[in-house]
Design a protein around this ligand. Structure first.
Ligand SMILES: Cc1cc2nc3c(=O)[nH]c(=O)nc-3n(C[C@H](O)[C@H](O)[C@H](O)COP(=O)(O)O)c2cc1C
Length: 151
């Protein structure tokens, strides 16, 4: 059984909703166990137990949201020490941009070093049915790739 870890940070609930939708899509894949964790609660042990990680976060003040940055700050050296190499997917919520947060996160993850499994998805504006569907599809596609071992 393979495992997908979805780590999210959410202030207003938007990213939490997107993470839930991504998890719902991923759970369509029967050969992948899906674990959803708040960034504040997640640590390197969660990464070590996973075959892939999805980060769901917002762009705040032109940067990655603080809670997700804290998760990456805490796990960076421990992940390197363990030699972890996990494919990742990024799902970002933003008001009208999101690109800086994505660039920043990609740069940080390149140091772990984790490879990207998919193009980053930025969803701008209020969460609606279309955005939940996009999150669901990202989760479904990533889980299918993990199950097939293509990363
Ligand atoms: C303090 C703060 C700063 C923000 N800065 C940006 C920003 O720089 N660029 C952007 O596109 N959206 C920005 N936003 C909008 C958030 O990215 C957006 O509301 C997102 O959906 C928040 O998700 P969350 O509440 O689940 O964390 C900001 C929101 C807040 C509260």
């Amino acid at each position: 059984m393979k495992s997908l870890l979805i780590v999210y940070h959410s202030q207003s609930g938007s990213c939490a909703q997107l993470a839930g939708a991504a998890a719902g899509g991923a759970r369509e894949e029967p050969d992948v166990e899906v674990l959803v964790a708040r960034a504040w609660d997640a640590g390197v042990a969660h990464l070590q137990a996973a075959d892939g990680v999805m980060l769901v976060a917002a762009e705040n003040a032109g940067a990655l949201s603080g809670g997700m940055k804290d998760f990456l700050d805490r796990t960076f050296y421990p992940a390197i020490e363990r030699g972890l190499v996990l494919p990742y997917a990024l799902l970002f919520s933003a008001g009208n941009d999101g690109r800086n947060a994505v660039r920043q996160t990609q740069r940080i993850l390149s140091g772990y070093p984790f490879p990207a499994a998919a193009e980053p998805v930025i969803l701008r504006g209020e969460v609606d049915a279309a955005k939940l569907q996009a999150a669901r599809e990202l989760g479904m596609g990533f889980a299918a790739g993990i199950a097939m071992g293509i990363y």
